[in-house]
Write a protein that binds this ligand. Structure first.
Ligand SMILES: [Zn+2]
Ligand SMILES: [Zn+2]
Length: 400
């Protein structure tokens, strides 16, 4: 009997075998480097030398158990019996399923995630680096499944599939110094392998196969976010020092006074943060440290969309900080939902700061809830993409 994961792998294998589909290298567990990795291989494991012209060495395990591999003195070993280690080969090595069932991997034996494609293990700063070498189409399906529910309208999923694929193509080599293209965190695009892949996401990926957005012939930085709150903003307004890109402009996400993303749970929000917590979060970063106390926070400047650009912190001293640094400090200490966007009013309420605002995320590029609203209003994915990324063109990335 097939597990759900192996059935999905069968479905997804069509994506991996597309001619010209170049694999993308996704760094896994990158923020928690370990010296060993656990790999489940239900159909057996094929281990190859990752070096060019290397000899292929195949190991098969009859049992569908979990295998532990570790990095030791320049090479890899596998635990073949309790505390008995067998040498596999020098770094790097490639792991491949010997059958249809995908490999699952994790840095603890109890939390294994199935991944499409191959796993590459290499020594890295004395620890072990795990890279998932995955076809671009499988990667797109996985990220799309993690980003939005499969119950959303197909045209919205298709628009987002193109944005995700484009972002990946434009991000090749973004983590070159780390030995891969993109990380598996929200810093690049959140990626959980085959864990929550939906049939609707696969359908949207297949329907837009190979398509990316270009501006003057080059893949664009196809940023996207959960909900803009009614108006998107420019890349230059969202990050200090970021370039203003002609296709990432602030656009109104409304029609006849109603926002396309109004169904989002965080379209309008309010939250209170205890003053001591906010102070500690700001103190943790040199760019926002207000000193020993924090009495008041005021928005000093806003961009055209209404988002805060700079803030004044009044404490034992008075300092001006960028809203981007403020937001990053708050999210690093208190989590992604603490202050959902930089489009807010802030006031002191006794022992807490009260934030009232709009939208969730940075507000640049495609608004996911807005794409859903436009699809429900009858827009197709080409029209949705043209609205959020003005001036861009759809192209097959194989024919670039
Ligand atoms: Zn990254
Ligand atoms: Zn929106």
């Amino acid at each position: 009997m097939h597990s759900i994961a192996s059935l999905l792998a069968l479905l997804l294998s069509t994506g991996a075998s597309i001619p010209g589909d170049q694999p993308i290298r996704v760094g896994l567990f990158h923020q928690r480097l370990a010296d060993r990795v656990y790999v489940a291989a239900p159909d057996g494991l094929r281990v190859k030398s990752g070096k060019r012209h290397g000899t292929e060495r195949v190991l098969r395990w009859a049992s569908p158990g979990v295998h532990c591999l570790r990095y030791r003195s320049g090479g890899f070993e596998v635990e073949t019996a309790p505390a008995k280690w067998t040498r596999l080969g020098a770094s790097p090595v490639l792991l491949q399923s010997a059958g249809e069932a995908p490999l699952a991997a994790g840095i603890t034996p109890t939390a294994l995630t199935p991944y499409p494609g191959l796993l590459e293990l290499a020594g890295y700063r004395g620890r072990l680096r795990v890279v998932n070498v995955v076809g671009l189409e499988d990667y797109t399906t996985a990220v799309l499944s993690a980003e939005v529910p499969g119950s959303w309208p197909q045209e919205a999923l298709r628009a987002l599939a193109v944005a995700i694929r484009t972002f990946a193509v434009a991000s090749r080599g973004r983590h070159e110094a780390d030995g891969f293209d993109v990380c598996s965190y929200a810093h690049c695009q959140a990626y959980h392998g085959l864990e929550a892949v939906t049939e609707a996401a696969r359908e949207a990926t297949v329907a837009t196969q190979g398509l990316i957005l270009t501006y003057r012939g080059r893949p664009i930085e196809a940023l996207h976010h959960a909900c803009c709150g009614g108006h998107t903003t420019t890349s230059a307004a969202a990050w200090s020092g970021a370039r203003d890109l002609p296709y990432l402009r602030g656009i109104s996400d409304e029609q006849a006074g109603r926002a396309f993303c109004r169904d989002a749970p965080e379209f309008s929000w309010s939250t209170e943060i205890p003053a001591a917590q906010l102070l500690a979060a700001l103190q943790a970063q040199p760019a926002t440290n207000p000193g020993k106390k924090l009495d008041r926070v005021t928005v000093r400047r806003r961009d055209a969309s209404g988002r805060a650009v700079s803030l004044t912190l009044q404490g034992s001293k008075r300092r001006t900080v960028t809203a981007a640094d403020f937001w990053s400090a708050v999210r690093q200490s208190l989590g992604w939902h603490a202050v959902p966007s930089t489009w807010f009013e802030v006031s002191r309420q006794g022992d807490a700061f009260r934030f009232e605002g709009h939208g969730f995320g940075h507000g640049v590029g495609l608004c996911q809830w807005g794409a859903r609203g436009r699809a429900l209003a009858g827009w197709n994915y080409e029209q949705i993409l043209a609205a959020y990324y003005p001036g861009t063109r759809l192209k097959s990335h194989h024919s670039r």
